[in-house]
Design a protein around this ligand. Structure first.
Ligand code: C2E
Ligand code: MG
Ligand code: MG
Ligand code: MG
Length: 279
């Protein structure tokens, strides 16, 4: 009967939820030791000029190689890091490591590339963030304009007054702000207008479906026009094919990033690509 069914449903959900929270707990405990055990690393993915295909920057993407769990995806461990607070020490390590890597590349003559680092909501709402970014830049002797912070709409919007203060301080420092995964969050155009952003990154879901029909083409077109009208640079994420690139170029998209150019790779493996396509 209904009662029986209800109970089974309940059981089903609890065991599934239990398995999920066990996994989360397991990840959290392992992640606690990941930094000191040297299991975290950064991969870098080039960002290229959509017209010339020259490298304009790289995005740092976190990787976690665990001896038993294998390679854990950021999509799985970033939320765990975020909810446990571990994202704060890990995020600081990411900022420092990315800045030091850019310093190394600049010393080798790659003076025109920017470094983009992802920030989660929790990092962004830390009052010390602007001081941390300033110190990291100083230690690596970097001009602030070559540093970009990528933030999703929802991370920027979850506490607007606090966000505005942090953003104003970051802007004063001279670092650039990119809105990541644009089109998938809930920011209103009014909110968007108030953010001192420099760049919009069109989410890869729009790019992926470009060849599936007119709707996605029209949406990407509208996003590009809006960004242009607002004086923002625009990057397309997840570019995998020549056709996608051609279309984005025609629209006037400034930059592109995706497997068509290169997958994210360790610093030593991406270097030759950066040197070949430098301005
Ligand atoms: P994101 O910042 O939007 O990064 C883009 C994601 O798309 C990356 O996944 C990248 O590997 C992937 N990608 C790039 N080009 C292509 C393509 O052509 N096709 C497809 N299918 N995918 C492509 P990844 O490295 O797994 O990272 C996932 C997300 O995890 C990132 O999304 C970002 O939100 C978060 N993340 C990564 N590193 C960090 C970090 O250091 N700190 C924080 N807070 N979040 C991070
Ligand atoms: Mg990003
Ligand atoms: Mg993105
Ligand atoms: Mg994303």
């Amino acid at each position: 009967g209904a009662k029986q069914e209800g109970r089974n449903t309940y059981r089903f959900f609890t065991s599934q939820m239990q398995a999920q929270s066990m996994r989360a707990l397991e990840l959290e405990n392992a992640l606690r030791r990941a930094l000191e055990r040297d299991q975290l690393s950064l991969h870098y993915q080039p960002q290229v000029d959509a017209t010339t295909s020259k490298v304009v920057g790289v995005e740092a993407l976190l990787r976690w190689q665990h001896p038993e769990l294998g390679m854990v995806s950021p999509a799985e461990f970033i939320p765990v890091a975020e909810s446990s607070g571990l994202i704060l020490p890990i995020g600081q390590w990411v900022l420092e490591t990315a800045a030091q890597q850019l310093k190394v590349w600049r010393s080798k003559g790659l003076l025109h590339i920017t470094m983009a680092v992802n920030l989660s909501a929790r990092q962004f709402h830390q009052p010390q963030l602007p001081d941390l970014v300033r110190d990291v830049l100083r230690q690596a002797d970097l001009p602030p304009q070559c540093f970009e912070l990528e933030l999703t709409e929802s991370a920027a919007m979850s506490d607007v007054p606090a966000a505005e203060q942090t953003l104003a301080q970051l802007q004063k420092l001279g670092v650039r702000l990119s809105i990541d995964d644009f089109g998938t969050g809930y920011a209103s155009l009014t909110q968007l207008k108030r953010l001192p952003s420099y760049k919009l990154k069109i989410d890869q879901s729009f790019v992926r479906d470009l060849d599936k029909g007119e709707t996605d083409k029209a949406m990407v077109n509208a996003i590009v026009r809006m960004a242009q009208a607002m004086g923002l640079r625009i990057t397309a994420e997840g570019v995998e094919t020549r056709d996608q690139l051609d279309f984005l170029q025609t629209l006037g998209c400034d930059e592109a990033q995706g497997y068509y150019f290169s997958r994210p790779k360790p610093a030593a493996e991406i270097e030759s690509f950066l040197f070949q396509r430098t301005v």
